[in-house]
Design a protein around this ligand. Sequence first.
Ligand code: NAP
Ligand code: MN
Length: 265
Amino acid sequence: MDKKIYIHTNDTDVSKKTKELLAKKLDKSGYLVVSEVEDDTELIVCIGGDGSFLEAIHKFDFPHIPFIGINTGHLGFFQEILPEQLDEFIFNYGQGRYSLQPLSTVKAVVIAGDAKTELHALNEIVIKSENSHSIHLNISIGGSFIERFSGDGILIASPAGSTGYNYSLGGSIVDPRLKLLQVTPIAPMNTTAYRSFTSSILLPPDMTIGISPEESRGGIVIAADSLEYKFDRISGVNVSLASTYVNLLRFESYDFWNKVKTKFL
Ligand code: NAP
Ligand code: MN
């Protein structure tokens, strides 16, 4: 039986052309390019930038099936190969010359009224005000109250998400081989009226961060990889590492710190 591969793409011309070409090449090499992800699909190829990769992960609800990204986007930090490297990719894949990089994911359990909603993210969970007013969040770590945060909001990043929004906020870059949660403040206020931590804090993988928002002049928005969900009357949010991993195909040349160097410096 042919091995099944699904190709996800964004709508740019170069992505669509790359998809067409890749599908032809895969077909010639004996793979079956399927039009839907099925249980026995062995690989999801994602053509685009990091945004389309994140979109595919959410669309397929964090599947166990490995992903490989082809960068036709802007940054393409998650993306492993370039459109010029299709033959090389098919050859190395066929030869089994790759490893799987498991990426930890984060989840937020939101209690609002009688409803409990679970949100899942690869990069980060962001809790912020719906409008431009500052918000106040009571934050506990492992069940103990730690601080009353005042500012724009807080971001909780996975190791893989550390190079995204977290990094723009002054958070640390984390090697994805480490398992931890990074809590990064967004514009924390530090005055005699309000006191908040001004740097990121790093927590062990089994810790839960509890956030209970104080009454604010608007609603609270929670974003999972920039997908926004609006809630009224939130009584609490618990953020922790999820048990699901996203598996990325990596070829022999892959090196995290080299990637950071070439994409950031
Ligand atoms: P976007 O606005 O296009 O993303 C902003 C930039 O972040 C893009 O260049 C994107 O790469 C890059 N990116 C995404 N995940 C990354 C990661 N783990 N490491 C390094 N760079 C990463 O929106 P999007 O494409 O839908 O991506 C959503 C993500 O954007 C969020 O999860 C958040 O991390 C990030 N974001 C960043 C800021 C900020 O830096 N101020 C604000 C909001 C959101 P591509 O160009 O390849 O898409
Ligand atoms: Mn993008």
